[in-house]
Design a protein around this ligand. Structure first.
Ligand SMILES: [Cu+2]
Length: 105
């Protein structure tokens, strides 16, 4: 179920391509409309393994629908439902993974 929502949410984020059906997916659209995206500066990552670990922990966090972690910049871009999570929880998730994070201003 969660997997389906993620897939649909991802499809909703992609700008209308040839495969995007014009029929709206009502519930998912309503959900994605309320998503919030934050950029976290993550320190302590030094390889692809770290990136995967941080990504995994962030994606496990409730309400998180998407997460992209960039090793070079050390920035994690996270989309989440603000009704279910917040910056503090995301930072805690990164900490649980073994790294430090701050919200990028
Ligand atoms: Cu590493």
């Amino acid at each position: 179920m969660k997997r389906t929502i993620l897939a649909l949410a991802a499809a909703g984020c992609v700008f209308a391509g040839p495969f995007v059906s014009p029929e709206p997916v009502f519930t998912v659209q309503a959900q994605t409309a309320n998503l919030k995206t934050v950029k976290l500066t993550v320190s302590g990552m030094h390889c692809e393994g770290c990136v995967n670990r941080v990504t995994r922990f962030l994606k496990k966090e409730r309400g998180v629908t998407a997460c992209t972690v960039n090793l070079e910049t050390g920035i994690a871009e996270v989309s989440f439902d603000p009704a279910r999570s917040n910056e503090k929880r995301l930072i805690a998730a990164v900490k649980k993974a073994g790294y430090k994070a701050t919200v990028q201003s």
